[in-house]
Every structure is written in structure tokens, then in C-alpha cells.
Design a protein around this ligand. Structure first.
Ligand code: NAI
Length: 359
């Protein structure tokens, strides 16, 4: 099946295939939109069952990046790369250098960064053969960039606070009961911020060490991983996996708010409607978790210093408050309000510069 026939094909500007037999690199770069600026989005490495699955992932994720960057107000379009992991060719620095050459060939229309299955170290190899890369180790010069997780966590925290204001009508988080699923780079930091604000935490992770640490540092109550979503709490914060909000799980949620970092939390679009029907306020994932891309954009574009990045991350709360209000006024679920906001910005940019080719 070709890209044009794929159900994930939208208004993508281009799909590029790269093959480097010497290193075993096989990669697809999907560019959804450059209307707002160069298409930015991470590079994922995965063992796909088929080429078709890899294409679908690249198409879907690149559209998601267009929406995310548009709603975050960044001068960036949306793109995504997938490297098809091949057991016969374990990834080497040479493979990532070959990927860098592929990105370079696109002349700046696509900017890459790390994503699932790819490390900062791999990106350092990519950076040896292309300028169009971010997410590298932080330089000690006070500039923005480096590990995006602290700013992702901060954005989730301020977004969660905005959701509490809207749904529960309260300004403070003192005594608020929050269940955090996943205590990785983002989840653990989020716990720190919530604890400092007086919230009472329930936590789960597959790693007992992380759970013990959250208990010791933040007085968090440990909950088995399979039960965390169904805790009797005010807020659940998914910070581990995608597709956790589904036809199976939503009927059993007790929380009145879902606000967490995980990407693609809704298993299907219909699950956003299900949350609305149950009176659960959902903070759209790509809006609330934009702190990381804001950080990366500042690093790449050199457009913001650290204080400006901080202000933009804090503004995630205002964007969410706007989305919540539009949803309340129209009865449209929050995820659809966010998508419409993104499309409107993309259409307006395309109308202003219809033949733009970013560099
Ligand atoms: P991470 O890999 O550091 O942490 C994920 C944690 O979830 C791990 O501790 C893992 O053991 C745990 N986990 C996995 N399955 C679980 C389960 N079934 N139940 C409970 N815990 C489980 O990932 P990170 O960086 O903290 O990201 C978390 C989520 O946020 C991911 O979905 C990621 O895509 C998303 N995200 C992260 C950003 C960042 O800046 N790191 C930016 C935007 C989104």
C-alpha cells in the first residue's frame, strides 16, 4: 500500500524513504506541514511488523506534531521519522550517521530529535552528519535545551492546576488526591511538584525501586500498576503509556480530571466523547505535554532564553483554560477543540504563505 492510500494519510506535504545498505538503515520521514515553519518531530526506532505499519506510524505521528506545535504557538511545522529496526542490523553509530545524511538531504524542511528507541547519544551521532537536529546534551552556557523532561513535567503541573480550577473550582492543590501512572523522567518530577503543592499522591510503576523512591521522597502511596487508573482520586495523571483511556477503562474511572504527560492517551477518538459524557475533564495530551517541544524549539531556533521558555511553558495553563472554556460553551469534547484550534492555525498560515518551503 502506498502513502496516498493509507487511512493515516491527511494533507501531508511529503513522504521520504531512505535506504543505506552499508549500515542497514531503512527509514521513512513524513512531513505533514511546513506552513508554520520547518517540520519538527522526533525519530522513533521500532521493530515494525510491516513497512505499512511503519508508514502508518510516520503519517499519524507527523500530523500529531503539526497539531502540537501549532497549539503550542511555535514557529514549527510537523514531521516525524521512523527507523525500521532490523534484528540483523543492530543500531550502530554509523547507522545514525547515515540517518543524519538522510535528514541533511531534506535541506532543513525536517528537524529531527530523539523519540522512543533513540537516545541522546544516538542523536549526537546523527548530528555528525546534519545540522537539522536538536535534543542534544545540554551545553553549560545557560542556553535553553538539553533534557526536555523537567519542562514537560512543569507544563503538566500548571496544566493540571488549570484543570482543577475549571472542574473543581479551586485554586490550590492542598489535599488534592492525584494518582500518577509511571514514575519515569516526567512522572517523578511531576510528583515532586504536586507534593510541594500539598497534593496527596498515589503512584504506580513497573519498577518497584521508583515506587519506593516516590514513597520515601513524597509520602506517595503505592498502588498496583493494574489498579492505578481506577483509584478513588480527584485526578489521574497518565505518565507512562498511550491508549490508557478506552471503552474498557473509562467506565471504571473515579477521577474527575485526566491530566498527564503520556502521548496518545485516547485509544480512539470516541474515547474523548466518552470522557465528556462521564463528566471527566480531559486535558488533551499534546497540549499539556508541550513543555518538552517548547524546550527543544528554543534549543534549535535559538529563539528564546531560559526565562522565555519558562514563560511559554507556564502559558500552557492559559491555552488549556481556553480549550476548557470553548468545550464548555459548545459541548464539543476538549480533544476536538484542540484539533480544531490546530487546524485553524495551520490553515491560516498556509493561506498567508501558500508556497512556503521552509529551510
Ligand atoms: P520514561 O520512560 O522515563 O518513564 C515511563 C515510566 O512508566 C517508566 O518508569 C516505566 O517503568 C513506567 N511504566 C511503563 N508501563 C507502565 C505501566 N503499565 N504502569 C505503570 N508504570 C509503567 O518516560 P518519560 O520520559 O517520563 O515520559 C512519560 C510519557 O510522557 C511517555 O508517554 C512519553 O511519550 C510522554 N512524553 C514525554 C516527554 C518528555 O519530555 N520526556 C515529552 C512529551 C511526552
Amino acid at each position: 500500500m502506498g502513502a496516498f492510500d493509507s487511512t493515516a494519510f491527511d494533507t501531508h506535504e511529503g513522504v521520504h524513504y531512505f535506504n543505506d545498505p552499508a549500515t542497514g538503515l531503512r527509514a521513512i520521514v513524513a512531513i505533514h506541514s511546513t506552513a508554520l515553519g520547518p517540520a519538527a518531530g522526533g525519530c522513533r526506532m521500532w521493530s515494525y511488523a510491516s513497512d505499512e505499519d511503519a508508514l502508518t506510524d510516520a503519517l499519524r505521528l507527523s500530523r500529531g506534531m503539526s497539531y502540537k506545535n501549532a497549539v503550542a504557538g511555535l514557529p514549527l511545522g510537523g514531521g516525524k521519522a521512523v527507523i525500521l529496526r532490523d534484528p540483523r542490523h543492530p543500531p550502530t553509530p554509523a547507522l545514525f550517521e547515515a540517518f543524519g545524511r538522510s535528514v541533511e538531504q531534506l535541506g532543513g524542511r525536517y528537524i529531527t530529535a530523539e523519540d522512543v528507541g533513540v537516545s541522546v547519544g544516538d542523536m549526537e551521532a546523527v548530528a555528525r552528519s546534519t545540522r537539522y537536529v536538536c535534543g542534544l546534551s545540554q551545553r553549560n552556557d545557560g542556553s535553553a535545551g538539553g533534557d526536555p523532561s523537567p519542562r514537560t513535567a512543569r507544563g503538566v503541573f500548571v496544566g493540571l492546576r488549570a484543570a482543577v480550577r475549571t472542574r473543581l473550582g479551586r485554586e490550590d492543590l492542598d489535599g488534592l488526591r492525584v494518582a500518577v501512572q509511571g514514575l519515569g523522567h516526567v512522572g517523578m518530577r511531576l510528583c515532586g511538584e504536586l507534593h510541594a503543592a500539598g497534593a496527596r499522591l498515589a503512584v504506580a510503576d513497573l519498577d518497584p525501586e521508583a515506587v519506593a523512591q516516590a514513597g520515601a521522597r513524597f509520602g506517595a502511596r503505592a498502588v498496583p500498576a493494574e489498579r492505578i487508573l481506577f483509584e478513588d482520586v480527584d485526578v489521574i495523571a497518565p505518565c507512562a503509556l498511550g491508549a490508557v483511556l478506552s471503552q474498557q477503562t473509562i467506565p471504571h474511572l473515579h477521577a474527575r480530571i485526566v491530566a498527564g504527560a503520556a502521548n496518545n492517551q485516547l485509544a480512539t477518538e470516541a474515547d474523548g466523547e466518552r470522557l465528556l459524557e462521564r463528566g471527566i475533564l480531559y486535558a488533551p495530551d499534546y497540549v499539556i505535554n508541550a513543555g518538552g517541544i517548547i524546550n527543544a524549539a528554543a534549543e534549535y531556533l535559538h529563539s528564546m532564553d531560559a526565562a522565555q521558555v519558562d514563560r511559554k511553558v507556564e502559558a500552557i495553563a492559559d491555552t488549556l483554560a481556553d480549550i476548557f472554556e470553548r468545550s464548555r460553551a459548545t459541548g464539543v469534547p476538549t480533544h476536538r477543540v484542540a484539533d480544531a484550534m490546530a487546524r485553524q492555525r495551520l490553515d491560516a498560515a498556509a493561506a498567508r504563505a501558500p508556497h512556503r518551503v521552509a529551510a
